[in-house]
Design a protein around this ligand. Structure first.
Ligand code: PLP
Length: 379
């Protein structure tokens, strides 16, 4: 029998999650973000769930190539734009729209020989201080782009630092500040906008009011950028869970118990003997470890499901295995199914958000880290 660890991808859940985002933002266009190989799910595996998106946004040329090879005719956005001049040749060939966040990227466009008209998303640094032109340089960057024969259309883009912040935190104020900065800088210019990530799309609905009101009459709609939510995790966990938002997990990671151990008071489990039993326990060994993408930093107590019933990890995660508590689950034995995240066969959910929180990280990292060696199937 092959190793029982299997990741199951649910494209129909992605289609559902897109419809949830659409219901919150009926007037927006949606970029489905498929960078990092569709957040670890596999571009080809999720593709059938993406048909209702208005565009697909990726980071790397090979991803754009794969999206076109699958038959995608709608827009593709390169969300960091060109890294070198040659990238623009691929963009022209694959008809990719692309972000421009730096003077160097405008120089590349100016040097690019093409007859293919380019649609550019000009990025404003409205306060996150990662990518984009500062407000004072934005209008001149815009004018420079508009003057290039290579450029057909320029849209305006920025990225929120704190769209997922708990409501009571000062950080939510930065959403308003960034929005004000964005509207003040771009409203006189006209064109389409792209501001919201998943958290903003579900919590702030800029396309349904805020941004629109503040924009000039040339406002031609928002292209929101939905990543984590289309994969069924909550963008603002633990303020809201995926279930609160009505999102369904697009990835379930399931394995089996491959051995059990009966241990006594004082016995320890795993590397470093970091866990010592204070009573007799039954332990199950699960075929999943950090070489599969399970977080090694997940401490004792990280939740798992055994045949749909909750239990938790015990001791350190090894490369190929981890240990769980079976003391309260007498029926669980070798061959029993263990859900690491997603949903059990009976539908019981265990969100990657919850597992990630225990491991001091976010669901994004768990999904993206799914290892190549994990057998993946499409439901
Ligand atoms: C990855 C990415 C997103 C998606 O963010 P989520 O929180 O996953 O929705 C949006 N915008 C940009 C620029 C990104 O790089």
């Amino acid at each position: 029998m092959p190793r029982p660890l299997i990741a199951t991808i649910h494209p129909e859940h992605i289609a559902h999650n897109l419809s949830v985002i659409r219901a919150h933002n009926p007037h927006a266009n949606i970029w489905a973000i498929a960078k990092a190989n569709a957040y670890g799910h596999g571009i080809e595996r999720v593709y059938n769930g993406l048909h209702s998106a208005d565009g697909i946004a990726v980071l790397q040329i090979d991803e754009a190539q794969r999206v076109r090879a699958l038959g995608w005719r709608k827009p593709i956005l390169m969300i960091e734009g060109a890294f070198e001049l040659r990238d623009l040749e691929d963009y022209s060939r694959l008809r990719c729209w692309h972000v421009v966040h730096s003077h160097e990227q405008i120089d590349m466009l100016a040097a690019h020989k093409t007859t293919q008209p380019h649609h550019v998303f000009l990025k404003l640094n409205s306060g996150m201080n990662r990518l984009g032109f500062p407000p004072a340089q934005y209008a001149s960057a815009y004018a420079r782009l508009m003057a290039l024969p290579q450029v057909e259309e320029v849209s305006h883009m920025t990225h929120f630092a704190c769209a997922d912040a708990p409501p009571a935190q000062d950080a939510t104020a930065t959403v308003a500040q960034q929005l004000t900065c964005f509207t003040e800088t771009t409203s006189a210019l006209g064109g389409a906008l792209s501001l919201s990530n998943s958290a903003a799309a579900l919590r702030h609905q800029l396309s349904e009011g805020n941004a629109q009101n503040a924009q000039s009459s040339d406002f031609t709609g928002e292209w929101l950028r939905a990543g984590i939510a289309i994969y069924g995790c909550s963008p603002d966990y633990p303020v809201h869970s995926a279930a609160d938002w009505g999102l369904k997990p697009a990835m379930s990671l399931n394995s089996q118990i491959i051995a059990t151990q009966q241990i006594h008071t004082g016995d320890s489990v795993g590397y470093g003997a970091s866990f010592t039993a204070d009573k007799a326990m039954r332990i199950g060994i699960v075929a999943c470890g950090y070489a599969d993408g399970y977080p090694r930093h997940a401490p004792t107590g990280t939740p798992v499901l055994v045949n749909g019933q909750r239990s938790h990890t015990v001791g350190r995660v090894s490369m190929d295995m981890l240990a769980i508590n079976l003391s309260h689950l007498p029926e669980a034995t070798s061959g029993s199914t263990v859900t690491l995240w997603g949903a059990a066969a009976d539908g019981t959910p265990l969100s990657a958000d919850e597992v990630a929180q225990h491991a001091n990280t976010i669901s994004y990292e768990l999904l993206c880290a799914l290892a190549q060696r994990v057998v993946t199937v499409t439901h």
